[in-house]
Design a protein around this ligand. Structure first.
Ligand code: AHR
Length: 648
């Protein structure tokens, strides 16, 4: 009998639950009283040369070790015949090696060299490639033959270049490929009797982003442009710090004529034993000028990061690896000179260089980060030196300090109060965390101290199962970001990380955009970022459920913003649960009226699904348009789904 009573009670309770569950959830949006202003910098991108993101990636150069400056000078090259590596009379003092091609001494023998490119020299049918080389003929006249050959050594295209002087000169030809090859090689033969010296051997697609000769890969730059990012943080990441101070990112080496930019090691070459890339270097062909230019192209505020005088603290437990506090002058000067390079006029040393490089107008730099993921007193005491000088000389520049590598714990708790004392403008928080953390932390900023500094979520990504860019991770990020948006008064910028990864050359994942030598794919995480940045709005709107932010109740997360310019409300809802949810959204404080609604939905029943080069459209935003008459929007939000509504 008792058992029967129990079963009836359970059945009734379940019914009640089903009924309750079927009741639509009410979301109230206060449209009448817009809240805090949302900064234009709110959603941005963070670029670092990791995963072959620059050389072999965004930077469209096809030739590896083009200046023969890798420590093994011929790495990336296969040579044949009589060839020497020389330095005497080199044309570019910062890159002092070049090769000499000498007559092999027999008419049936050959001298020359092949370049393997980055995971192959890849070319496409009918595409044109600009080959260039600095050359001199030791006796004043000779020639070389330049070929693209496929994997089985068949010639795709070949051209002869006459070397007409014993002075160094740049020679350029256009090579047109007849077919698509992923793993072609560039081959150069000595074609005359006299020796020829060659340096800075380069090949770019003619069709780069904006057609620039020292250009960027078009598909990858376009993917950045399509994000409409508000801020662009560069050049890293750990590469700012270097494995040691010698290999830190030195921006001054990354500007001026591209042939003379001093090569640097890439700190990600040996970082992981199973992702070992000893041939990973930074040519700086994509340097600070190009970073500023790209910021301008994509409409984002540039945010350079400079070294604070600490080499990577993960890799250098001992303080001998760092610059002492009393010796920071040249580091501070680098920061001051960078501001001059970006903003100074033509009468200044660095403003003049920017002008000579082709950009007389200032880049209008307003933000500067000092240090990447630093921690401890060693950071605070160094940053203090920078703060004192920068705030005196450049009060117009906002300074970003670091909260260390983790979003909580000892270093985080130590650094925040220190950042307040130092009066930095923004504190850079990083979180690479599992799904659970992202869902629980969607309300992280609701109770943050409003007195400042503001927050810059400078590196984050949900690390889901196997650290893949699956839909699960993207959905968790979408849910979490409702909390960033709701707190846009204090969280003024955020940037997902890392941005790019070569499928054959990655060290770290997940990453927002994957690519091989010819194609690229936008991950589900990319689309989440894009939905936030394309629907950024101008003011936060209170978006509540039972007078509380909707931040995880029943697996739902929501935020909304007003776009004063477009006269639109953008509502974002993430349903992380396994059930579809009925939701009624009320626009309070406005007369009932006819509204046009454009919705974008990112959804999959399979949390493991991911976009790959083979299946680039496994998960894509789906749009639909409808009309709404009145102030109540009735929705059924599918399970495992992120939706954005643009309501006008
Ligand atoms: O984004 C990859 C790395 O993660 C960054 O270089 C560093 O800042 C962080 O540890």
């Amino acid at each position: 009998m008792k058992k029967l009573q129990y079963s009836i009670t359970v059945a009734l309770l379940s019914l009640a639950f089903v009924k309750l569950n079927a009741e639509p959830l009410r979301i109230d949006i206060n449209v009448k009283k817009p809240g805090s202003e949302i900064k234009k910098t709110m959603y941005g991108i963070f670029f670092e040369d990791i995963n072959f993101g620059a050389d072999g990636g965004l930077y469209a150069e096809k030739i590896k070790n083009r200046s023969f400056e890798f420590p093994q000078n011929l790495l990336g090259w296969t040579t044949f015949g009589k060839l020497e590596v020389c330095t005497v009379g080199a044309p570019f003092p910062n890159n002092p090696h070049y090769v000499r091609l000498i007559d092999p001494g027999h008419k049936e023998k050959r001298t020359g060299l092949d370049n393997e490119g980055f995971f192959g020299v890849s070319v496409e049918t009918d595409a044109e490639y600009r080959f260039s080389v600095w050359a001199r003929a030791t006796e004043g006249a000779s020639s070389i033959r330049v070929e693209l050959v496929d994997e089985i050594n068949k010639i795709i295209v070949a051209k002869k270049i006459d070397i007409t002087s014993n002075e160094w000169q740049k020679y350029t030809i256009i090579l047109k490929s007849l077919h698509t090859e992923y793993k072609a090689k560039l081959r150069i033969f000595l074609d005359g009797k006299q020796s020829v010296d060659l340096d800075h051997i380069s090949m770019f697609p003619v069709d780069t982003w904006k057609g620039r000769e020292n250009g960027l890969r078009k598909d990858l730059a376009q993917a950045l442009f399509d994000l409409k990012p508000g801020v662009f943080r560069f050049p890293g990441g750990c590469i700012v710090e270097g494995t040691d101070l010698d290999t830190r990112y030195n921006w001054k080496n990354s500007v001026g004529p591209v042939e003379n930019r001093k090569l640097n090691e890439n700190r990600w070459n040996y970082s992981f034993r199973d992702r070992f890339f000893p041939d990973y270097f930074q040519t700086y062909g994509l340097g600070f000028y190009e970073f500023f230019q790209l910021s301008e192209d994509i409409g984002a505020e540039p945010l350079p990061v400079v070294s604070v005088g600490l080499s990577c603290q993960f890799q250098n437990a001992c303080c001998d690896a760092h610059v002492s506090v009393s010796q920071l002058d040249s580091y501070v000067q680098d920061a001051l000179d960078l501001i001059e390079f970006a903003n100074g006029d033509i009468t200044t040393k660095w403003g003049k260089l920017r002008t000579e490089m082709g950009h007389p107008a200032p880049f209008n730099l307003k933000l500067l980060a000092v240090g990447n993921e630093q921690w401890g007193t060693e950071y605070v005491e160094r940053l203090a030196v920078f703060m004192k000088i920068l705030s005196e000389k450049h009060p117009e520049i906002k300074i970003v300090g670091s909260a260390g590598p983790y979003p909580d714990g000892e270093s985080f708790n130590f650094l925040w109060p220190e950042m307040k004392k130092l009066k930095v403008d923004l504190v850079d928080e990083h979180y690479y965390r599992p799904e659970d953390w992202f869902l629980k932390n969607a309300n992280r900023y609701d109770l943050y101290d409003r007195k400042g500094p503001a927050v810059f979520a400078g590196e984050y990504a949900c690390h889901a199962k196997n650290r893949k860019n699956n839909f699960q991770s993207a959905l968790a990020e979408a849910a979490f970001m409702t909390g960033l948006e709701r707190n846009a008064d204090i969280v003024q910028m955020c940037t997902y990380a890392p941005l790019f990864a070569h499928v054959q050359g990655w060290q770290w994942r997940p990453d927002m955009i994957w690519f091989d030598n010819l194609k690229s794919v936008r991950s589900a995480n990319y689309y989440v970022q894009q939905l936030y940045s394309n629907y950024v709005g101008t003011h936060v709107l209170r978006t509540e459920c039972n007078k509380q932010p909707l931040s995880g109740q029943d697996g739902l997360f929501a935020s909304s913003v007003l776009d004063k310019n477009a006269k639109a409300v953008y509502l974002k809802i993430a349903n992380t649960s396994e059930q579809e949810k009925k939701v009624n959204v009320f626009f309070n404080g406005q007369k009932p009226q006819l509204r046009q609604v454009h919705s974008v939905t990112l959804h999959s029943d399979n949390k493991d699904v991911e976009n790959t080069l083979q299946m680039p459209f496994a998960i894509l935003p789906v749009v639909s348009d409808f009309k709404l008459n009145g102030n109540e929007l009735t929705l059924t939000v599918p399970a495992k789904c992120f939706q954005v509504f643009d309501i006008r």
